[in-house]
Design a protein around this ligand. Structure first.
Ligand code: UT7
Length: 333
């Protein structure tokens, strides 16, 4: 039995925060943000809209596009760094409940921006082992809830949103997810972290005052490692599978920074129509960025059945991963 990605869906919150808006909030300019990141705007969830709510909306679309009903789903995996609750219940459990699905395997994955690829690997393993048939994987983030809007070095980067996909068992080799690499090096954990409100620095007045429950990033160091790792990751998975970068129809990298994506694309000699870009309109949505980007090319008719996709992500942990797979769902157009 093989595992195949049968559908993609996304939810993008209504409210838009532009670079111009940030000019009134912190010492920054539209010009700086565009030049250094490629980001022009990002979407922000409503006050009462939770990570699980966005995940549920993306999930409903993905399940419907896979031609399934909620009761056909036998496992739900949610990748997120902005869960509804700090420890429990998991956001996957909340999503299952909101979808009306009980008695189902459901758990979260914490692998930051690489979370969706980790979730895909878990789905693949469960399906290939015969334990599950239809796995719903969700990448959902309300990063606006863990961003310090007084810190110009991070607040302009992040946005909210969710993406979801259904991974199903298939006997067709042509539909199978070809390969996935996932990895981590915890020695670099301090480059990108939320230091407070865990067991090490439990929530206290002090921790809240110092905003230690928000994301802190050593941006420039992270940037350099990201370019190096994302490139070598792709080279490795292509070599392992005897493929050239030019044989990839859609390269869908994590959308953190246009300059990182451009550097990786150029190192691999990819043409601009191979490289999927959404960072200008969604910003960095962590685990949701790859499925949101995939959904974009599906909805505009670029992603067709059988197209080879190469996913590549990098994030806090540090974690990184890549996946090589055909799109096994129906096209939008
Ligand atoms: O998603 C997970 C992985 N994340 C990433 O891969 C993100 C990787 N990092 C980046 O994308 C970039 O490093 C940033 C966009 C975060 C920063 O760009 P940079 O070119 O690395 O800038 P920098 O951190 O070296 O800062 C350059 C200058 C500094 O000023 P001085 O010290 O040179 O006077 C910063 O204080 O830019 C300043 N700066 C800003 N200026 C205006 C930092 N943020 C801003 C801002 N507006 N928003």
């Amino acid at each position: 039995m093989y595992a195949a990605l049968k559908s993609i869906g996304a939810y993008i919150p209504e409210k838009v925060l532009t670079n111009k808006d940030f000019e009134t909030m912190v010492d920054t300019t539209d010009e700086w943000i565009v030049k250094r990141t490629g980001i022009k705007e990002r979407h922000i969830a409503a006050k009462d809209e939770l990570t699980s709510d966005m995940g549920v909306e993306a999930a409903k679309i993905a399940i419907q596009r896979a031609g399934l009903k909620i009761n056909d789903i036998d496992m739900i995996v949610c990748a997120t760094i902005s869960p509804d609750y700090l420890c429990m219940p998991s956001t996957a459990c909340v999503i299952a409940s909101k979808l009306g699905r009980t008695n189902v395997t459901a758990f979260d994955i914490s692998a930051a921006c690489t979370g969706f690829i980790y979730a895909l690997a878990v789905a693949k393993a469960f399906i290939e082992s015969g334990m599950k048939k239809n796995v719903l994987i969700v990448g959902a983030e309300k990063l606006s809830a863990i961003v310090d809007y007084d810190d110009r070095t991070t607040c302009v980067l992040f946005g909210d949103g969710a993406g979801a996909a259904v991974v199903s068992a298939t006997k067709k080799r042509s539909e199978a997810i070809t390969d996935i690499h996932i990895s981590a090096d915890g020695n670099y954990g301090d480059l990108l972290m939320t230091p407070g409100c865990g067991v090490k620095h439990p929530c206290s007045e002090n921790i809240v005052e110092e905003k230690l429950c928000t994301m802190k990033m050593k941006g420039n160091e992270t940037f350099k490692i990201a370019v190096r790792t994302l490139t070598s990751d792709v080279v490795n998975i292509l070599n392992d599978n005897g493929l050239d970068a030019q044989e990839i129809k859609h390269f869908i990298p994590h959308q953190a920074n246009y300059r990182i994506i451009k550097a990786v694309g150029d190192a691999l000699k990819m043409s601009s129509d191979q490289v999927v870009l959404t960072v200008h309109k969604y910003g960095n949505t962590s685990s949701a960025s790859i499925p949101m980007a995939m959904n974009d090319i599906w909805e505009n008719g670029r992603l067709q059945q059988g197209d080879t996709m190469l996913l590549d992500a990098f994030g806090g942990g540090l974690t990184w991963g890549s996946a090589l797979l055909p799109f096994a769902g129906k096209p939008a157009k």
